[in-house]
Design a protein around this ligand. Structure first.
Ligand code: ADP
Ligand code: ZN
Ligand code: ZN
Length: 817
């Protein structure tokens, strides 16, 4: 009898492949184990076993495997089922999913680049001969590929050796980033609590009269404390008092002052001794409604206004699942930058039952989380992660929480699998018989529609925690302000007044401008020429600081031109404005205030985002200017004013979701104001104060937004009434692409009895020298989705079979966002 295994390769090939194994190997291997296999003429890949059988393949002579890599499965059968669903639904291959799902250290292949890493305490004698040889080779080269290791060692079974070196930390993979985020610790100082009592303080000052410098400092601290009403950093105290560090130290030694670090003591700073808390009445009602809902529904949507304390409800629910069901919990977040705050809140509560999983983690850390889950370890009861955490080896999932479920970052754009993590989570939960809780202050139209049709349950939380009121939103008519000359730069008089007052009170301001850079583009006033990127179809963005024009798509940049490249005129004008320009105007308007900026340019460093959030939370800035990054669930307790510089560019987007997104973004940004105690204020500058969407934001009227947008979606044949598949075709040759996309369009049109639109040049129709065309297929919700996709897949296959078109790259985006 012959023995075969079916494997998946981490490649975009549609099929599984058959390899031959010996009888002994056949008896040993299980589905979910990895094997190293030869592929093509010389390549080695790590493949995943998904089947065992005795039927030789019809079309090719099966090869033998190089070696079995695992003693136990590293992927379970539920995962394989889920991955198959993702591949099927999102029209990609299971190889695409496999590759996206596992840490790169799990799928070493010929081209994998290995880099040397400095390690202390790794004596040579701890290394096997083969390991020593690899490290020797790396001493002379900055990197080597796995293929080269095969040559160096003169054998094909090299993957275990490389794995051993990886786990010893002696080498690293090229893709990985190993840097760990260390929160910045700022040293603060405060007076010991006993001196909060008048009599003790008087006593102290009397004692200190023999140490006048110390006495003076205590008095100075008091003044500062009363005036600033915020924590006082040691540095600040030294600077403003002129006292020496020795004086401070003396007072610390006497237990008059206590020093603390705001990161470690944040809980204390918020006057909470430990992480435990009670739900408010409204929260408790929502909590039991969710519990009750779960008896009938698998998916519940928690629609809770900003700062209603959704996180606290999640925490209690998770606790319940851990305690009563003893099951695993997955907590999905739209973006990892946010987790710094959230992870802190959750770890304070659950301790090391929490495992965090995200792309900035090093390979070893990710493998550790993977293995912990595989063993159903106590250290991974709750996994917090971004979308790819869906693919981890959960064995007994009880609950999935999807926070900020409306966020578009849950949908992966490129590369495949182009999945929506919220939707894929609902499917994963079904496989595990688990429950799903979606949470948002501004639910997506899709989810809310699912509530309306009875597919999901709904729980509403309409008040903020702790009797805090929702911020008051005021509109500022830009047309009027410009007409009456009440603008200073991009600031109306009203906005300026309010900023002044807020910072004067020691409170903080967030300003939102949905564009980065100094101004979007430069225009010639004589001939109208706008400098464009030669590689991409976009205008270049002007950066004042570097005096540069730069492309946001490919990074191409040139020095800011002094004259028009088209007509030589010197009359060039910067159009529109971005965050950088706002920041500079603020520096001029408020020279003695500290201004921070948060956008893709300032957060580029590995932990840039976290650093800015930390500094702002530590009140190192008075005003923070930023793009939509600011809208993402951040909890700052001292922000009382939010200003939106121009709401209109959110409305004027060529996208059927533009109004829904504008509503979400404006509501979320507004939600950053007045989250604790003091009432917040939001000022929105706009040319269209009567626009329905703007009015819906002002009135906090989600229902009206939903009704209106749903109506539009129906009229114009968009989700949730139609499912959308967007095909993108790409090629360097403009004419060939044009011809190919027309072919595709016509064939689709012929075979599908549903709307097919295009082929269209997208907004940005050329990226990195490749032209783009898109075709939109709209599938009525009542149609059989699977059948339609099969037809489309067949057409894609026959397109590829036309030799003239083979070089045109086509990708499908199902449920296009
Ligand atoms: P949301 O996620 O709904 O915007 P958060 O969960 O961030 O709101 O809660 C807003 C603020 O209120 C947070 O600072 C949080 O710590 C606080 N808070 C909410 N609920 C409670 C509670 N039950 N006990 C103590 N503090 C709470
Ligand atoms: Zn470019
Ligand atoms: Zn010109």
């Amino acid at each position: 009898m012959l023995y075969f295994i079916e494997v998946v390769l981490p490649l975009a090939v549609a099929k599984t492949f058959t390899y031959q194994v010996s009888e002994a190997e056949f008896d040993f291997v299980q589905i979910g184990m990895r094997v190293a296999v030869p592929f093509g003429k010389t390549k080695i890949y790590t493949a995943l076993i998904v089947g065992k059988h005795n039927t030789p393949p019809q079309l090719y002579q099966p090869k033998e495997i190089h070696q079995i890599l695992d003693e136990k499965p590293i992927v379970n059968e539920l995962q394989i089922q889920h991955w198959n669903w993702v591949a099927d639904y999102y029209m990609c291959t299971i190889g695409d999913v496999f590759k996206a799902a596992v840490p790169s250290g799990f799928i070493l292949e010929s081209e994998t680049q290995l880099l040397p890493k400095e390690v202390e305490n790794l004596p040579d004698h701890q290394l096997k001969d083969d390991e020593y040889l690899i490290l020797e080779a790396l001493r002379h080269q900055s990197s080597i590929t796995l293929q080269e290791v095969v040559k160096i060692l003169g054998k094909k079974t090299v993957i275990p050796t490389i794995n051993s070196l990886l786990s010893k930390g002696a080498i690293a993979l090229h893709e990985e980033m190993t840097e760990q985020y260390k929160p910045k610790l700022v040293r603060y100082i405060k007076l010991h609590v006993i001196y909060h009592q008048q009599e003790h303080l008087v006593e102290l000052l009397e004692i200190l009269s023999r140490a006048p410098k110390q006495r003076e400092l205590v008095l100075h601290y008091f003044q500062l404390h009363v005036r600033e009403r915020k924590p006082i950093a040691v540095k600040e105290l030294i600077e403003s008092s002129g006292a020496s560090i020795a004086v401070i130290k003396a007072l610390i030694d006497k237990d008059v002052f206590e020093e603390y670090y705001i990161h470690e003591d944040r809980v204390q700073f918020e006057k909470k001794e430990d992480a435990s808390f009670e739900l408010s009445l409204a929260q408790a009602a929502a909590f039991s409604a969710i519990e009750k809902g779960f008896q009938q529904q698998n998916v519940m949507l928690l629609h809770g206004v900003t700062a209603s304390g959704k996180t606290e409800i999640y925490i209690k629910l998770i606790e319940q699942f851990l305690k009563e069901e003893q099951q695993q919990v997955l907590f999905l977040l739209p973006e990892i930058a946010l987790t710094a705050q959230l992870v802190q809140r959750l770890t304070a509560y659950f301790g090391n039952q929490i495992a965090v999983f995200h792309s900035k983690y090093s390979n070893n850390e990710r493998i550790e989380v993977w293995n912990n889950l595989l063993q159903n370890s106590e250290n991974a009861r709750v996994v917090i992660g971004v979308r790819s955490a869906l693919f981890l080896p959960f064995s007994d999932l009880g609950l999935i929480v999807v926070d900020e479920e409306h966020e578009q970052t849950f949908k992966q754009k490129d590369p495949a699998p182009r999945y929506h993590a919220r939707d894929a989570a609902v499917v994963l939960a079904k496989l595990h018989n688990a429950k799903v809780l979606l949470g948002s202050a501004t639910p997506s139209l899709e989810s809310y529609y699912n509530v309306k049709t009875g597919k999901y349950g709904l729980v509403e939380l309409k008040e903020r925690y702790g009797n805090v009121v929702l911020p008051e939103i005021q509109l500022i008519d830009l047309k009027d302000k410009y007409f009456r000359k009440r603008m200073t730069g991009h600031f109306s008089d009203v906005l300026l007044e309010n900023i002044k007052e807020t910072v004067h009170n020691g409170e903080q301001v967030i300003l939102f401008q949905n564009r980065r850079g100094f101004s979007p583009y430069v225009e010639c006033l004589t001939c109208g020429h706008v400098p464009h990127c030669p590689n991409c179809d976009v205008s270049l963005t002007y950066y004042k600081y570097k005096n540069q024009l730069k492309c946001h798509y490919c990074g191409y940049n040139i020095a800011n031109p002094t004259h028009c490249h088209s007509c030589n005129s010197l009359d060039l004008n910067a159009k529109g404005f971005g965050t950088e320009q706002i920041e500079q105007e603020l520096v001029r308007l408020f020279p003695d205030k500290k201004i921070g900026r948060m956008d893709q340019d300032t957060t580029r460093g590995k932990f840039g985002f976290e650093k800015i959030i930390d500094s702002f939370k530590n009140r190192e800035f008075d005003i923070l200017v930023g793009t939509q990054m600011l809208a993402k669930g951040l909890d700052f307790d001292n922000v009382t004013l939010v200003g939106i510089l121009n709401a209109d560019n959110l409305l004027n987007q060529p996208d059927f979701r533009a109004y829904e997104r504008a509503f979400q973004l404006l509501t979320q940004v507004s939600g950053r104001a007045g989250r604790k105690e003091k009432k917040g204020k939001v000022l929105i500058q706009t040319y269209n104060p009567y626009h329905n969407t703007i009015q819906q934001v002002v009135n906090n009227d989600y229902a009206a937004m939903f009704q209106e947008q749903l109506y539009e979606r129906k009229n114009f044949k968009y989700p949730p009434f139609y499912r959308i598949i967007r095909l993108t075709l790409k090629h360097k040759d403009y004419d060939k692409l044009k011809e190919g996309s027309l072919w595709m369009y016509n064939v689709l049109k012929q075979h599908l009895n549903i709307p097919v639109l295009g082929p269209e040049e997208p907004m940005v129709s050329k990226i990195r020298n490749e032209y783009l065309r898109t075709i939109l297929v709209k599938i009525p919700a009542e149609n059989h989705l699977g059948k339609t996709k099969k037809t489309i897949q067949k057409i894609l296959n026959s397109f590829e079979a036309v030799s003239h078109y083979r070089s045109i790259k086509v990708s499908a985006n199902v449920d296009y966002y």
